[in-house]
Design a protein around this ligand. Structure first.
Ligand SMILES: Nc1ncnc2c1ncn2[C@@H]1O[C@H](COP(=O)(O)OP(=O)(O)OP(=O)(O)O)[C@@H](O)[C@H]1O
Ligand SMILES: [Mg+2]
Length: 225
């Protein structure tokens, strides 16, 4: 049994498109403990989203492996991987990935279906989160009827509602004003007071270092020492 909750072992990811190979990530090894708040920093194109996508099993490494709670996620069947994702892992996508024809309420509801809550519990849960993020009056609107920052907050709520024990957040404050960003980060880091949460934040630099226990810097796909 590994002492770490998440281990990335010599991870590399190459993308081949139009006869060109891009080395998005090059031999990256990091270890995270349960309940860590970790920040992955780096310029645009440094490989932050690629690393998060590898850690959350959305893409497979060209070389290396990702171990979560002693199980190598790259060796899991699609079925076991989706069970792990739905039970433990929450992803806040850089581009939100909200369903455009579903209302704000329905976008969050869909993420909660596997929890098997009653209709009443579901509504209580969703409305309470929307209230905490000042979006209660937007529940019945479509994502396109929200500002971009409000859409980002819905994407965050959708992930939080599942109460995952590991959260990968890709630029979670990239589209909101500074005050809202601070509120979101306080909220995310305060989750640790209620329950065990490991938080991995990717940012090109707009998240203050004070929010992280550990910081890793990526530069052209390589980890800086
Ligand atoms: N699916 C893909 N196909 C080809 N190249 C890709 C793909 N995904 C990422 N890349 C390349 O990998 C490199 C790293 O991209 P990545 O999205 O990880 O950067 P990032 O650090 O998240 O940048 P940003 O701060 O702009 O979000 C870039 O050069 C990008 O062009
Ligand atoms: Mg990115």
């Amino acid at each position: 049994m590994s002492q770490y909750q998440i281990e990335c072992v010599s991870l590399s990811k190459h993308f081949v498109s139009k006869n060109q190979t891009v080395i998005a990530l090059d031999d990256v090894s990091i270890c995270l403990n349960q309940n860590d708040t970790v920040m992955i920093k780096g310029r645009s194109g440094a490989g932050k989203s690629t690393l998060l996508n590898l850690m959350s099993g959305l893409i497979r490494p060209t070389v290396g492996k990702v171990i979560i709670e002693s199980s190598c996620i790259n060796e899991l069947s699609d079925d076991s991987l989706s069970k792990l994702l739905s039970a433990k892992i929450g992803i806040i996508f850089q581009s939100f990935n909200l369903l455009p024809t579903y209302t704000v309420y329905e976008n969050i509801e869909i993420a909660l279906v596997p929890k098997g809550l009653s209709k009443y519990e579901m509504k209580e849960n969703i409305m309470s989160l929307l209230d905490q993020f000042n979006l209660k009056n937007k529940a019945q609107l479509l994502p396109s009827e929200l500002s971009v920052g409000q859409q980002q907050k819905v994407a965050i709520i959708r992930t939080l509602a599942k109460q995952p024990s590991i959260i990968f957040a890709d630029e979670p404050t990239g589209s909101v004003d500074n005050q809202t960003a601070e509120e979101i980060l306080e909220y995310l880091t305060n989750l640790k007071k209620e329950r065990q949460v490991t938080l991995v934040l990717a940012t090109h630099g707009n998240i203050p270092d004070k929010f992280a226990d550990k910081i890793f810097i990526l530069n052209n796909g390589k980890l800086a020492n």
